[in-house]
Design a protein around this ligand. Sequence first.
Ligand code: CA
Length: 235
Amino acid sequence: MTTTVLVVEDESAILELISINLEFDGYRVWHACDARQALALIRDELPDVILLDWMLPDIPGVTLARQLRGEARTHDIPLIMLTAKTDERDKIEGLEAGADDYVTKPFSPKELRARIKALLRRRAPQLTDDTVHAGALRLDPATRRASVGDQPLTLGPTEFRLLHFFMTHAGRVFSRAQLLDQVWGDHVFVEERTVDVHIRRLRRALEPTGREDTVETVRGAGYRFSLPTVPRRPP
Ligand code: CA
C-alpha cells in the first residue's frame, strides 16, 4: 500500500518542492491550499501523514490540528507542522495542539524526509520498509518476503500486509473494524467477515512453520498477534 501524505500549504513553491521530493521517494502526495480543502479530502479518505502549514488562508493550521485531534477518526493521524515561526511559544502551542513534530521553514527536503520517516517509524511502522523480526519470523517489506528461519512463507498481498501490521503491533488486540482501517484503508468498503477470511489464510500460511497460533482470536474483541515464548517444533 502506498503511503499517502496530505500537504496543507498555500505557498505553491513550497508545495512543489515537497511534492517533487516525496513523490520521488514513492509517496502519494495530496495537496490542499487551505483547511477547508484539507477537511474535504480527509472526509473522503484518510491520509497516512499530514504536513500542515501554520499560516493558512482560512483558519490557522494549529486550529485545524486541534480539530483533527479532537475527532475519533482523525485522532491518530501522524502530523507534522510546517512553519516560519521559530518562537518557542509557537512550537509549544503546535505540539500542544497535537502535532507530532515541527519543521521550521526554510527546511531542506532531506530533513523533511528524515522527519517523516522517523515519525512513521514511531507512529505507523507498518508503513515503512524496515525489516521486522518476531521470534524466528522475519518480514522484509522492501522485497515483499517473509520467512520463519530459513523457510519462506507463501503469502497473498493482503496476508502480507496483515502480517506486517501484526508484527509491528505485537501484543495488542485489534477489532475487525480497526484491522480494516489499518490494513485495507478506511475508504474501502468491505465487510468485517472479510477480515476473518484473510486471518484464516494467514494462519494456514503460517501452519507449516508451527506458528499458526501466533494470531490469536480474542473473544468479543478481535485478534492479537503474540510472540510464542517457546518455539514449537514443526509437525
Ligand atoms: Ca502558508
